[in-house]
Write a protein that binds this ligand. Structure first.
Ligand code: ADP
Ligand code: MG
Length: 298
């Protein structure tokens, strides 16, 4: 028996390593006329490494103290940056204290009680947020320096006082630039970059992959607004992301695809399709598959 074109396309997408959740989704993917890509874990491999340990002078913290405290607080988190911090601590053979009252704010960072101290680890811009005390000012200078070098800077605070900054770097996926170019050809519009990371690191990476429309420092709801803005202009937006912070945008978009290997459970559940083989280049491939299947469906 011959399979209906959309079902063959789903089977074909599966062979390419993309799990498309329904025939309706398979059909919608071909109507994509704008794409928004997340940065960390989507355009990048999502296995970032800690490259810099910068305890603040006068904090009394050594490099190891700083890393051990940050790793203890990050231990319960599934964020790729959290995994980088925990791995770095393990590599140095540091013992991690238990974290209590763990909480995470997507796009911002985490807080936890560690050894009787309230520890916060996350975006310098949001944690410092207008404070002018000397520790905050010195931390901001170090963060800017790291970001200028293309790193993601992560601030560590103990009881509300900055104690140091970590520099974290991630590698671009080998197929990122080719995927951006293929999606631009398919849709007639260069994809946009939506990221919670800092504008400097975002611009650095965007230039490498040929993206000019860069939105940085976004919270999950800002990613939704960026999608709605495009859809209000009459575009059907395909969002590709991996994080908890991408879930609302994945849900709001015309279609959403999640990175499966390192993607958060929430992103995988919310998305209309999941990339199982961990190749970004499968995104333009499934859009093309949908277009071909739709040409058989009237
Ligand atoms: P992206 O949108 O590029 O995937 P996220 O929104 O997940 O990035 O993260 C945005 C920023 O929020 C990060 O660059 C980091 O500064 C901060 N952040 C989020 N979660 C964490 C965490 N668990 N530990 C440290 N920093 C975090
Ligand atoms: Mg991400």
């Amino acid at each position: 028996a011959t399979m209906p074109p959309l079902l063959s396309a789903i089977a074909n997408a599966g062979r390419h390593g993309v799990l498309v959740k329904s025939a309706v989704v398979m059909e919608r993917l071909g109507r994509t006329d704008a794409v928004a890509l997340d940065k960390t874990g989507t355009l990048t491999e999502g296995t970032p490494r800690v490259t810099d340990l910068r305890p603040l002078a006068g904090s009394g913290f050594s490099e190891d103290d700083l890393l051990a405290l940050a790793a203890a607080a990050e231990h319960p988190s599934e964020h790729p940056l959290a995994r980088a911090v925990v791995d770095a601590a393990r590599t140095r053979g540091l013992a991690l204290a238990a974290a209590e009252d763990f909480a995470s704010t997507p796009g911002v960072g985490v807080t936890a009680a560690v050894d009787g101290r309230i520890v916060a680890v996350g975006t310098p811009a949001r944690l410092i947020n207008g404070r002018t005390d000397s520790a905050a000012a010195r931390a901001a200078v170090i963060a800017a320096e790291l970001e200028e070098a293309g790193r993601t800077a992560v601030l560590v605070e103990a009881d509300g006082v900055p104690v140091g900054v970590l520099g974290i770097a991630d590698r671009l996926r080998p197929d990122a630039a080719a995927t951006v170019a293929a999606l631009a050809r398919l849709t007639g519009r260069t994809p946009a970059l939506l990221t919670g990371d800092n504008p400097r690191a975002a611009a650095h990476l965007a230039a490498e992959v040929g993206i000019t429309d860069v939105r940085a420092g976004l919270l999950p709801k800002d990613k939704v607004d960026a999608v709605r803005e495009q859809e209000a202009a009459g575009r059907r937006v395909l969002v590709v992301g991996d994080g908890v912070n991408d879930a609302p945008a994945l849900a709001a978009a015309h279609t959403g695809i999640a990175m499966g290997r390192a993607g958060s459970d929430l992103a995988l559940e919310t998305a209309d399709a999941v990339i199982v083989r961990d190749e970004l280049a499968t995104v333009p491939a499934v859009v093309a598959l949908s277009r071909r299947a739709r040409s058989f469906v009237v």
